[in-house]
Design a protein around this ligand. Structure first.
Ligand code: NAP
Length: 260
């Protein structure tokens, strides 16, 4: 039997982490971390707008959402590197309380093979899209005061890996952008943070050098993760924290996850 004080404490925690009444946009919601995040945020009471390129995969996420009473959901298929598609997404947006930027690509490429089109492709989705999307939403007054912005970065910005120059460069640029954003928006109590995730088990890692490892090399790599390879839910739970009022005194940070 709980005492009255314990009951109050439980109620306090539930309120701080609840996303009830918040509307959150999640990019990259058709796969991996974005998909798991969309599902988890609806469990916590959020209304969500999800977006991704692949209609079938985005629809599968939409079907998996666990909407709470009074919450709503909408899905928009868009290639966010196409300006017209980003603009129609923005015009369909209500005023948001949170944005989770998960859309991104990886592509291992040793430095001597890097060409201008490789740089353009990596930075287009990993840097230009989150930056342009955020600026356009702000200019169109679609970001409420007190909102939370979260950018998916990578532990690769700290720990280099073979072939990761472009990927880690694009994420490092994103982290620098997020810190400036935090500074510029603090008067409106809008927060901006990054997650520097280690290796997470999603379709993305099939495209990395790690995805094609020999068993022995794989074993060696696993030793860099004493807590194991991350699951999308591990990251989604942390994103829930960043979207909730429990993190309302946290801005301009990059949180390391996985501890590689
Ligand atoms: N997995 C990891 O180990 C790891 C570690 C650290 C950081 N991250 C970061 O976390 C984020 C999510 O990664 P993930 O592992 O969940 O990857 P994922 O499963 O490959 O999902 C990537 C998402 O980005 C979307 N996307 C890619 N290009 C797009 C474009 N031009 N326009 C719109 N959407 C686009 C994809 O949409 P479609 O599927 O519809 O094409 C998909 O929903 C990425 O930013 C990644 O860099 C991942």
């Amino acid at each position: 039997m709980l005492s009255l004080a314990e009951t109050d404490l439980n109620a306090y925690h539930v309120i701080e982490f609840s996303l009830s009444g918040k509307t959150i946009l999640i990019t990259g919601a058709s796969s991996g971390i974005g998909r798991e995040t969309a599902i988890m945020l609806t469990r916590a009471g959020a209304s969500v707008i999800i977006t991704g390129r692949d209609c079938g995969r985005l629809g599968a996420t939409f079907e998996s959402l666990v909407l709470q009473p009074d919450a709503t959901a909408a899905q928009y298929v868009a290639d966010l590197t196409a300006e017209a598609e980003m603009d129609s997404l923005i015009s369909a947006m209500p005023v948001l309380n949170g944005i989770v930027h998960c859309a991104g690509i990886v592509g291992p490429l040793p430095v001597k093979f890097i060409t201008q089109p490789d740089i353009d492709m990596m930075f287009a989705i990993n840097y230009h899209v989150p930056v342009n999307l955020t600026s356009k939403l702000l200019r169109n007054r679609k970001v409420a005061n007190g909102s939370s912005l979260l950018f998916m970065s990578s532990i690769a910005t700290r720990n280099p890996y073979f072939g990761g120059a472009l990927y880690s460069g694009s994420k490092a640029a994103l982290e620098a952008y997020s810190r400036t954003l935090a500074l510029e928006l603090v008067q409106k109590h809008i927060r901006s943070n990054c997650i520097q995730a280690g290796l997470v088990d999603t379709p993305m890692i099939v495209g990395t050098s790690e995805g094609n490892m020999q068993a022995e090399a794989h074993e060696r790599y696993l030793k860099r993760y004493p807590l194991g390879i991350g699951q999308p839910a591990n990251v989604a739970q942390t994103i829930l924290y960043f979207m909730s009022d429990a993190s309302k005194w946290v801005t301009g940070t990059s949180l390391i996850m996985g501890g590689e």
